[in-house]
Write a protein that binds this ligand. Structure first.
Ligand SMILES: C[S@@+](CC[C@H](N)C(=O)[O-])C[C@H]1O[C@@H](n2cnc3c(N)ncnc32)[C@H](O)[C@@H]1O
Length: 210
């Protein structure tokens, strides 16, 4: 695929200027959710993996992870960090502009954590495509911002975030799905300069039961 899509150009520039240490720890909301749901480890697909905090953590838990991002720089860092952590054989970095292409195959766990972008993207279509990548018995987990942190690129804008139930509705689930979580918990988040704020996330987990 081309390196020249608008998403690729934006995110490549972003990661080129970003401290490689940022985003290398797993999202606490995801680790808590999986501790709660306790799925058996298997294959996982991390959509918009960034610097790979979630992918590396999942691999450390025994998952075979396909880590997808549009940024080649981010994926190169994920590969390096996975090798350094001794999980290089369980992390497969794959480059896709998910607005254009999607990895083949099915997975026991598909995650999209803070899969947000300022570039135009049919995100709901990507998430519906992600449903088709979930193996029978598997989970799709979507964790997303439901409020604006003061340090966000969106700070100052008047944004109406969807409720978690609206996100679930946008997935257009049929009878082969069970909703495991549709909630909007609050947490204390830490910004890039160490500042803190209370933020809200949408946390959605749906299971393919048939
Ligand atoms: C806000 S970051 C979140 C990164 C990571 N999941 C996390 O929680 O730290 C959004 C990620 O989605 C990726 N992304 C944005 N648009 C994309 C697209 N069209 N295709 C693939 N990845 C994309 C970006 O490169 C970035 O790594």
């Amino acid at each position: 695929m081309t390196d020249a899509t608008e998403s690729a150009v934006f995110w490549e520039k972003h990661y080129g200027g970003l401290d490689p240490r940022l985003g290398t720890r797993p999202n606490a909301v995801l680790t808590a959710l999986l501790a709660d749901l306790a799925p058996a480890t298997g294959t996982a697909l991390d959509l918009g993996c960034g610097h790979g905090g979630d992918a590396l953590w999942l691999a450390g838990q025994g998952w075979e992870v396909t880590a997808v991002d549009v940024s080649r720089t981010a994926l190169d860092r994920v590969a390096g960090a996975a090798a350094a952590a001794g999980v290089g054989d369980r992390v497969r970095p794959r480059r896709h502009d998910l607005g254009e292409t999607f990895p083949e195959g099915t997975f026991d766990l598909v995650t999209a954590t803070y899969f947000h972008t300022p570039v135009a993207l049919a995100r709901e279509d990507v998430l519906r495509r992600a449903l088709r990548a979930v193996a029978p018995g598997g989970l799709l987990v979507v964790i997303e911002h439901a409020s604006t942190a003061p340090w966000s690129w969106l700070a100052g804008q008047d944004i109406r975030y969807p409720t978690p139930d609206e996100v679930v509705a946008s997935l257009r689930l049929d009878g082969s799905w069970q909703v495991e979580r549709s909630e909007a918990p609050r947490r204390t988040a830490t910004g890039p300069d160490g500042q803190t704020a209370t933020v809200t996330d949408n946390v959605i987990a749906v299971r393919r039961v048939a």
